[in-house]
Design a protein around this ligand. Structure first.
Ligand code: ATP
Ligand code: FE
Length: 355
């Protein structure tokens, strides 16, 4: 029977009901707007907003799925990594539901959920078989991960300073575009010349697949310095947005090339996280994969950013994997949400108990 999942690790409150075959029965995501005046997520505001939104959201998703609470087979929630206040609110809500319904509660690692989303039926034509190279690019993360199986993740490299989404958000702020910045920068870039400004490409050509965006962000600030912030000419703003987006795409393309060299057994390239919604970046990744004869897959935009469908799906994959290994369904009712929860610790969940 279906899994009801909750996501509350950052500023999106989400609930979804997904069948064990991956059928999405209902889903809803509320993006909190209370942070806009602050230009970033305020943890305390986020936690209170999750608490306020969850009861009606869950009731609404159940109604849309045409289901009663008793029809749910298991309850899942993101339990880390993320902002601890929101994680506690979402996990405790889900645990309460699981206890009331006498169903198992499954704790989901938010990054693992992003990593497995491309395996939802209907996203990748070949179902994204393991092993694949995952590029996770979001507001808080920028990593290359070898996804070798459910619970088996190997970090190949990652950012040494800012995440890609963070860079988009900061550049958006400099251009006066508001927050969150990624979609606004992409829209403005469409009207600009990507060759308008020469910007650096930190770490490009270097060994390995680490990323760095902080120097690029500083360079954008320097290009803006001669202009009056309140009277920035449109072609300058658009040209800078386009040049910045091209620089990010060049950096990511170079790093992903190296990551694929480090993972010769990869059967595909998968992108996830909010920045994977960027169409220019997606086109580049498609080309890189094609040049190596590999398929490229990325979830549709609404499943790239934080959502609860991916949390339900990760729980389903975990339950399947446990069943395949002859293990009981994990019951995580006593597991505490964790602000940090390295992917490397996930394998232990699916290891046979020591005799
Ligand atoms: P995390 O998953 O790392 O905990 P998050 O909640 O910030 O953090 P997501 O919701 O996956 O992550 O992604 C949000 C980020 O994606 C923001 O930084 C946003 O600017 C960026 N983003 C969204 N759409 C685009 C786009 N079209 N182009 C570039 N960046 C984008
Ligand atoms: Fe996320």
């Amino acid at each position: 029977s279906p899994v009801l999942a909750i996501e509350s690790s950052c500023d999106d409150t989400a609930c979804a009901i997904v069948g064990t075959d991956g059928t999405i029965m209902a889903e809803a995501t509320l993006s909190q707007s209370g942070h806009v005046p602050f230009g970033g997520v305020v943890p305390e505001i986020a936690a209170r907003a999750h608490l306020g939104a969850l009861p009606a959201l869950v009731r609404d998703v159940l109604a849309r799925a045409g289901m009663r609470p008793g029809d749910i087979g298991a309850v899942a929630a993101s339990c880390g990594p993320g902002l601890i206040g929101g994680l506690i609110v979402g996990a405790n809500f889900a645990k309460g539901l699981a206890i009331a319904l006498e169903r198992p509660f499954i704790a989901v690692n938010h990054i693992e959920a992003h990593a497995l989303t491309a395996r939802l039926p209907g996203i990748a034509p070949d179902g994204a078989p393991f092993p694949y190279l995952l590029l996770l690019v979001s507001g808080g993360h920028c990593q290359c991960i070898a996804v070798e199986g459910v619970g088996h993740y190997r970090r190949l490299g990652g950012t040494i300073d800012d995440a890609a989404g963070e860079a988009f958000d900061k550049v958006a702020k400099m251009l006066g575009l508001g927050w969150p910045g990624g979609p606004a920068v992409e829209a403005l870039a469409r009207e600009g010349d990507p060759a308008a400004f020469a910007l650096p490409r930190p770490l490009m050509g270097r060994a390995g697949c680490d990323f760095s965006f902080s120097g690029l962000k500083t360079a954008v600030a320097q290009k803006l310095a001669p202009y009056d912030r309140d009277a920035l000419p449109h072609d300058v703003a658009a040209g800078l947005a386009a040049s910045f987006q091209l620089a990010v795409s060049d950096i990511v393309a170079d790093r992903i090339g190296h990551a694929l060299d480090m993972m010769p057994d990869a059967r595909g390239l998968v992108a996830a996280g909010g920045v994977a919604a960027n169409t220019v970046l997606r086109a580049r990744l498609t080309d890189i994969a094609r040049a190596r004869g590999l398929p490229f897959a990325a979830p549709p935009l609404r499943l790239c950013t934080d959502n609860a469908v991916m949390v339900a799906w990760a729980a389903i994959e975990t339950m399947r994997e446990a069943a395949a290994r002859g293990l009981p369904i994990p019951d995580d009712i006593a597991l505490r949400p964790r602000p940090r929860w390295p992917l490397g610790e996930m394998a232990a969940r699916l290891a046979a108990p020591q005799a």
